[in-house]
Ligand binder design. Structure first.
Ligand code: PAF
Length: 281
C-alpha cells in the first residue's frame, strides 16, 4: 500500500489505475481504525477495483468544545491495518493541503442536516459535507463506502451527491458491533471499564423500542421507555427519536422506511447508534 500526502501524487496514482481500466473505491475515515472501518474496506474490495482509504481528522466538523485535540491519532497502526485489509492507497493529506490559506468554501446540505446531531453539534454536517465533497473531487472515485452507524451523515452525503449530480455511488455498510451489541466507534476507547459495561444499554434500549414500534405499539411510549432505560443505565440523553430513513424528517409515516436514532453521553463520551424499524420485528 502506498501512502500519499500531496494532491499531485494522489492524482498520478489514480490516473495510472484509470489508464489500466480499474474502478476506484474510496473509504473516507478519520483514522483510529477498528473493525467497522475494515468492513468498509472489505465491502469496497472487488476484482478490478483499487481501494483508496483516506485518513484526515477534519477540524471543520468538530465544535469548539469537542474532542478534536484528543481525537485518537494512530498513523502507524492504521497504516498496518489498511495494508493487511488489502487497501491499495492511503490518502493522508496534512491540514494545509486540505484547507490551504484562503480556503473560503462551505458545503451545506439543508433539511437532512438540521435535526438530531445537526442540532446538537451546530456546523458539524457543514464540516462533513465540505470535506467529503473535497475528498470526492480529490480521489475521483466511482464509489464511496460509509458506515450506517453515522446514519444521519450517510443521509446527508446521499442528499449532497444527488443534489450536486456528483458521479459517485454511495454505499452504506451495516454497523459493526462488539459481541455485546455496542456499535464499534473510535470514541469507545474513551470509556472506562464500568462505563463500557453500562454502554450496552444503548443498543439494548434501541432494539427493544424498534421491535415495539415494528409490531405497531405506540411510538411515544416506546421512545419514552427507551429514554427511561438509558437514564437508568447512567446515560445523559441528547435525543432518542424516530425519523424517516431517507429525509430524517420527524414523525415519519408508518409505510415509509423508518429509523430509530439516539445520541447519549456516558460520562464525557458521546455515543450514537441507530436501528431500522422492521415491520412485525
Ligand atoms: O465518518 C467519518 O469518519 C467522518 O465524518 C468522515 C466521513 C471521514 C468525514 O471526515
Amino acid at each position: 500500500m502506498q501512502t500519499v500526502r500531496e494532491l499531485n501524487g494522489l492524482r498520478e496514482a489514480i490516473a495510472g489505475w484509470r489508464a489500466d481500466g480499474s474502478r476506484i473505491a474510496l473509504v473516507p475515515t478519520m483514522g483510529a481504525l477498528h473493525a467497522g472501518h475494515l468492513a468498509l474496506v472489505e465491502a469496497a474490495r472487488r476484482p478490478g477495483t483499487k481501494v483508496v482509504a483516506s485518513i484526515f481528522v477534519n477540524p471543520r466538523q468538530f465544535g469548539p468544545n469537542e474532542d478534536l485535540a484528543r481525537y485518537p491519532r494512530r498513523e502507524m497502526a492504521d497504516s498496518r491495518l489498511l495494508t493487511d485489509a488489502g487497501c491499495d492507497l492511503l490518502w493522508m493529506p496534512p491540514v494545509e493541503v486540505m484547507y490551504p490559506d484562503g480556503f473560503a468554501t462551505t458545503v451545506s446540505v439543508a433539511g437532512v442536516s438540521d435535526g438530531f446531531d445537526g442540532a446538537a453539534r451546530p456546523g458539524h454536517f457543514d464540516g462533513v459535507a465540505t470535506v467529503v465533497t473535497k475528498l470526492f473531487n480529490q480521489v475521483g472515485a466511482d464509489a464511496a463506502y460509509f458506515g450506517e452507524k453515522d446514519f444521519q451523515q450517510l443521509a446527508v452525503i446521499r442528499r449532497l451527491v444527488a443534489d450536486l449530480d456528483l458521479p459517485i455511488e454511495i454505499v452504506g455498510v451495516p454497523t459493526q458491533r462488539d459481541d455485546d451489541g455496542l456499535a464499534l466507534s473510535s470514541r469507545n476507547i474513551y470509556l472506562d471499564e464500568e462505563q463500557r459495561a453500562k454502554a450496552t444499554a444503548l443498543p439494548r434500549a434501541l432494539g427493544v423500542a424498534a421491535r415495539a414500534i415494528g409490531r405497531g405499539d405506540d411510538v411515544e411510549t416506546a421512545l419514552a421507555e427507551a429514554r427511561t432505560a438509558l437514564v437508568a443505565a447512567g446515560f445523559e440523553i441528547d435525543y432518542v427519536a424516530l425519523a424517516d430513513a431517507e429525509t430524517l424528517a420527524a414523525d415519519p409515516a408508518a409505510d415509509r422506511p423508518r429509523r430509530l436514532l439516539a445520541a447519549a453521553r456516558m460520562g464525557s463520551t458521546r455515543l450514537i447508534d441507530n436501528i431500522a424499524i422492521e415491520a412485525d420485528s
